[in-house]
Design a protein around this ligand. Structure first.
Ligand SMILES: Cc1ncc(COP(=O)(O)O)c(C=O)c1O
Length: 410
C-alpha cells in the first residue's frame, strides 16, 4: 500500500486553505494536482534554461532538447513502448485522438465504431465526419456499466469490410468508471484487420499500462490528469505512425522544402510536432512519469480500489435517494462515480459542497452529453473522483457532507 500521508506532503495545493479551513480535492478525473518535483521542473525550465528544442546550437537549447527527449524516453519505457519514436507530444487526449483519426482515408467507405459512453473527444469528431459524408459511424450501446458486450462488438466488427474500420474506445469511462477488457477487444478487431484506438485519459493516470500487452494500435493520454502539467501524447505502433497524416504542418515537420512545391517530411515523431512546442509541459510530464514510477502504478491502483470501496459503501447507504453508474464492485471500476441525485440538482449540490464543506468536485455532463441524454440524466450528475493523494477519511467526509445536503434539500 502507498504512504498517503507522505504523498500528500508532495502536493502543495492540498494545503491551501479556503476561508481558513482545509479543502478536499476530488476532481482529479478532470485535472490532477501537481507534486513538487513537477512544479520544480517547470520552474527550472522557465528560470534556468528557457529555449526551444532541436534547433539552436547554444547551451540552453541543448539542455531543452535533452530534457524534452528524455521525457519521451521515460514515457516510452513507462508504457513499455518498443521505441521512444512511438510517442508524439500533443496538447491533450483530445488532440491525440484527433491526430489518430488522420489514419483514415475519409472517402466515405470506412466505418468507425465507438460506444455510447464515449467522451466528446471520442465522438464529436466522428459525428462531424459522418455529417460530412467522410465516414460511417456505429455507436454501440454501453448500457449503464459503460462496457459494451464483446458479442455486440464482434457482431459490429463482422459487419465491417476487413481493414476498412477503426474502433475507438475508452479503457476507463469518465462517468461509469467501468474498465474494458482491452486485450480481448484488440483480438476481435485485429482478426478482421481493423485499427484499435484507445482513449487512455482515465486509465493511464490510475493503473499500469503496457501497450504491447494491451495490443492497441493508437492511444491518447492527458498528462494533466496524471500529476503532470497541461500536455498529452499520442502513442502509436510505429508502422501506423508512418502512415498517419499530420494534423498540423510547419517548422520541424520537414527535413527540406524547395520551390516549386517539394517537401521532404521527417519521420515520426518529428513530422507531427509542428512549430515550437510546450517544452516546459513535456519536461514536467517527464517529472510526473518519474513521480508515478517511484510510487508504483499497481500500488496506486490498489489504493484507489480501497477509496472506491469506501465511496461505494457510503453511497449504498442512501438507498433510493441516489443511484450511480457503473459496476458495483470496487475492483471492477475506477475511483470515481457519476451520481444521479433523485429530484435534487447536482449543480446546486456541487456549489453547496464547495461553499459549506470546501469539497471540490464536478457536476454536469462531464463531456458525455450523449450518454447522459441516452439514460435520461438530463440534469447531469455529481462526480467525485479520487486519486493517490486522497484518504479514506476524505471520502467519508464527502459522504457525510452529501448526506447533510440531501437531508436539507429533499
Ligand atoms: C475518458 C476521457 N477521454 C478523453 C478526455 C479528454 O481529455 P482532455 O480534455 O485532456 O483532452 C477526458 C477528459 O476528461 C476523458 O475523461
Amino acid at each position: 500500500m502507498i504512504d498517503v500521508k507522505n504523498i500528500r506532503e508532495d502536493f502543495p495545493a492540498l494545503f491551501e486553505l479556503k476561508d481558513g479551513r482545509p479543502i478536499i480535492y476530488c476532481d482529479s478525473a478532470c485535472m490532477s494536482l501537481k507534486p513538487k518535483p513537477v512544479i520544480q521542473a517547470l520552474m527550472d525550465y522557465y528560470t534556468k534554461y528557457t529555449a526551444c528544442a532541436g534547433r539552436s546550437p547554444h547551451m540552453y537549447s541543448r539542455e531543452t532538447t535533452k530534457r524534452y527527449e528524455d521525457a519521451r524516453e521515460k514515457t516510452a519505457n513507462f508504457i513499455n513502448a518498443k521505441n521512444s519514436s512511438e510517442v508524439v507530444w500533443t496538447k491533450n487526449t483530445t488532440e491525440a485522438l484527433n491526430l489518430g483519426s488522420m489514419i483514415l482515408k475519409l472517402d466515405g467507405s470506412e466505418i468507425i465504431i465507438t460506444t455510447s459512453e464515449s467522451h466528446n473527444s471520442n465522438i464529436v469528431k466522428w459525428m462531424f465526419l459522418e455529417n460530412a459524408g467522410k465516414i460511417k459511424l456505429k455507436v454501440l450501446d454501453a448500457g449503464k456499466t459503460g462496457i459494451c458486450s464483446l458479442d455486440a462488438l464482434t457482431e459490429a466488427v463482422n459487419e465491417c469490410t476487413p481493414g476498412k474500420f477503426l474502433v475507438s474506445l475508452a479503457q476507463v469511462s469518465n462517468v461509469t468508471a467501468g474498465i474494458i477488457d482491452v486485450p480481448a477487444i484488440a483480438k476481435i478487431i485485429h482478426e478482421r484487420e481493423g485499427i484499435f484506438q484507445l482513449d487512455a485519459a482515465q486509465s493511464f493516470p490510475h493503473m499500469p499500462i503496457d501497450v504491447q500487452k494491451l495490443d492497441v494500435d493508437l492511444m491518447g493520454v492527458s498528462m494533466h490528469k496524471a500529476c503532470g502539467p497541461s500536455c498529452g501524447f499520442l502513442w502509436g505502433k510505429y508502422h501506423i505512425l508512418e502512415k498517419l497524416h499530420p494534423l498540423i504542418l510547419g517548422g520541424e515537420t520537414v527535413s527540406d522544402v524547395k520551390i516549386p512545391n517539394t517537401i521532404k517530411m521527417l519521420p515520426p515523431p518529428a513530422k507531427f510536432e509542428a512549430g515550437l512546442q510546450n517544452y516546459a509541459g513535456v519536461i514536467g510530464a517527464g517529472a510526473a512519469i518519474d513521480y508515478l514510477d517511484s510510487i508504483g502504478m499497481e500500488n496506486l491502483h490498489q489504493h484507489e480500489i480501497a477509496l472506491s470501496r469506501v465511496m461505494l459503501d457510503g453511497l449504498q447507504e442512501f438507498g433510493d435517494a441516489l443511484s450511480f453508474l457503473g459496476p458495483s464492485k470496487a475492483e471492477e471500476r475506477a475511483a470515481l462515480a457519476a451520481i444521479n441525485l433523485k429530484g435534487v440538482n447536482p449543480h446546486e449540490v456541487a456549489i453547496l459542497l464547495d461553499d459549506m464543506y470546501n469539497i471540490f468536485l464536478r457536476s454536469g455532463y462531464h463531456c458525455t452529453h450523449a450518454f447522459h441524454h441516452s439514460l435520461n440524466l438530463d440534469q447531469g450528475t455529481l462526480r467525485p473522483s479520487w486519486y493517490l493523494y486522497n484518504t479514506e477519511e476524505e471520502v467519508k467526509t464527502f459522504i457525510d457532507a452529501l448526506r447533510e445536503i440531501m437531508d436539507t434539500l429533499s
